[in-house]
Design a protein around this ligand. Structure first.
Ligand code: BJW
Length: 236
């Protein structure tokens, strides 16, 4: 086994760790309106509501633990690199369960709940349990400029140059637990396929993006991902 592997994960990989997905029947966007909470316009109009939403989400992280899917992906990374392969895990998730499980070559393209950013000086740092519009930035001294380090709708996701360069040179692309509805992540499978990569989708069900993939594995991430990792490592 060797080669260049890029993995994309979404909320489905953390669902069995007790963190809600977004678009499933009981998902986050079935209870909250994203227009009111996950846009820069919402934050400008109602910073207290947006902070309260993300403070509650950050609190949920305290008790969440990685599941077998996170652990299997960390094991795959270590084995793949030990055998001379190139590896990148791109997650849309804002939780920290991949790194808690041991993943290292990891990009949080939609940001991280545990971090904050100053809109004045752009400094980033670890977020306190409760972030508020009364807080002062320790880097520039401005008050009311700290926001969650999260990519909202209409904002550019992080590290796109690195991600596209990896997609354009990978030979295996695996998408796990994402509905494939939010761009640009929803377009990654096509970019990888156009670059000649074998594309595998792991999800509870088929998605809008399923036709782009060569192979589909239907099942819970906690079962389907360890099975995929076992098979991949056995092929070496
Ligand atoms: C399991 C499972 C189990 C469950 N095991 N599987 C029209 C066309 C194209 C694009 C656009 C458009 N109009 C607007 C846009 C752009 C927009 C977009 O894509 N909108 C679409 C909704 C149409 N995108 C953006 O704005 C992005 N930025 C951008 O495009 O920049 C360029 C630009 C900049 C400036 C101007 C113009 C362009 C930014 C997107 C930011 C997304 N942010 C969020 C919120 C993050 C903060 C937070 O957490 O609150 O990110 S939205 C939310 O969706 C979150 C997720 O990362 C993201 C993806 O969701 P995900 O992970 O796929 O979750 P679900 O719930 O959708 O799916 C879960 C899946 O798991 C399901 O398939 C289940 O079956 C499965 N599953 N249990 C295995 N146990």
């Amino acid at each position: 086994m060797s080669g260049h592997l890029v993995i994309l994960t979404g909320a489905g990989v953390s669902a069995e760790s007790g963190l809600g997905t977004f678009r499933d029947t009981d998902g986050i966007w079935s209870k909250f309106d994203w227009r009111e909470l996950a846009t820069p316009e919402a934050f400008a109009a109602k910073p207290h509501e947006v902070h309260a939403f993300y403070n509650a989400r950050r609190k949920n992280l305290v008790t969440a633990r990685p599941n077998a899917a996170h652990q299997a992906l960390a094991e795959l990374e270590a084995a793949w690199i030990a055998r001379g392969g190139e590896f990148l895990l791109v997650t849309q998730n804002v939780d920290n369960l991949h790194e808690t499980a041991g993943s290292e070559r990891l990009v949080h393209m939609h940001g991280e709940l545990s971090r904050m950013r100053c809109t004045n000086c752009h400094a980033t740092g670890e977020a306190p349990k409760e972030l508020s519009s009364l807080d002062t930035c320790s880097a520039c001294g401005s008050t009311g400029t700290l926001r969650p380090h999260i990519v909202w709708f209409g904002e550019m996701p992080l590290q796109m140059e690195l991600i596209y360069s990896q997609l354009e040179s990978c030979n295996l692309f695996v998408s796990i637990g994402t509905s494939g509805t939010v761009y640009p992540a929803a377009g990654f499978s096509q970019v990888a396929r156009d670059a000649g990569a074998r594309c595998i989708e792991i999800n509870l069900e088929e998605t809008d993006m399923s036709p782009v993939f060569h192979e589909h594995r239907l099942g819970k991430a906690s079962e389907a991902v360890p099975a995929f990792v076992r098979e991949t490592l056995a092929q070496s």
